[in-house]
Design a protein. Structure first.
Length: 229
């Protein structure tokens, strides 16, 4: 039996085990409910109803998808250790890396199946409300699927050496940190744009605040005093 066959066997077993998890169906039900709730929330605006509807739907798919990835992923290894089935599996010709990879692929397949179901609900609600569906929505859903695959890896990593509670907290922290860190690099660029805009409007910048390419060059090493208006 090759390594690929063993990995696929573990992945198939993980998929069947995850499908029987009631938490999975509960979160998918709430996600579909949030997608439907977007129709009600979109009526609060007279201008961007379609955008509000689709933003709420995409946010629901992402948030509940991450919740499924974390709360189902953190129990993968812990349940095997608690029931001592991991000793039976590893006693067979199955390497630890093959076992972990099979668990990971099985949960990723489960999550992508749930994303497909939620995406179908999103498409039905959008078309029923008259909202347009473009290739951008397909790209957004594809990136959500990739993000969930990363979160499954993070949850599986923490579940392999800590308790489910701590693994859930660590995984949530990684998700929040990754989400908030996208806004940080734009801060310095915005500050430079504001300073350059002020200079174009008639003001001048101190030499220390100017970009290096805009600072005056003085032959001989002499430096003119900074002037501010």
């Amino acid at each position: 039996m090759s390594a690929v066959v063993r990995i696929l066997a573990v992945a198939g077993n993980t998929l069947r085990e995850a499908v029987r998890n009631r938490v999975l169906y509960t979160l998918v039900f709430f996600a579909l409910g949030m997608i439907g709730l977007g129709v009600v929330l979109s009526t609060l605006s007279y201008v961007e109803q379609e955008r509000i509807l689709q933003d709420v739907g995409l946010a629901a798919i992402r948030i509940f998808g991450v919740a499924i990835a974390i709360f189902v992923g953190v129990g993968l290894i812990h349940k095997e250790v608690e029931r001592r089935t991991i000793h039976t599996i590893l006693s067979k010709p199955v390497a630890r890396a093959e076992f972990l990879l099979g668990k990971y692929l099985g949960l990723v397949a489960t999550l992508w199946l749930q994303v497909a179901i939620m995406s179908l609900g999103f498409a039905v609600v959008s078309l029923a409300a008259g909202a347009e569906l473009t290739s951008r929505h397909a790209a957004a859903l594809s990136l959500v699927a990739v993000e969930l695959a990363v979160m499954v890896g993070v949850a599986t990593l923490f579940s392999s050496f800590t308790t489910p509670l701590l693994a859930s907290l660590f995984s949530c922290g990684i998700f929040v940190a990754g989400t908030l860190s996208r806004e940080r690099p734009a801060g310095p660029r915005r500050a430079v744009r504001r300073r350059l805009g002020a200079a174009r409007d008639g003001g001048s910048l101190p030499s220390a605040a100017r970009p290096r390419s805009l600072r005056p060059h003085h032959p001989g090493g002499a430096r003119a005093p900074d002037r501010c208006q």
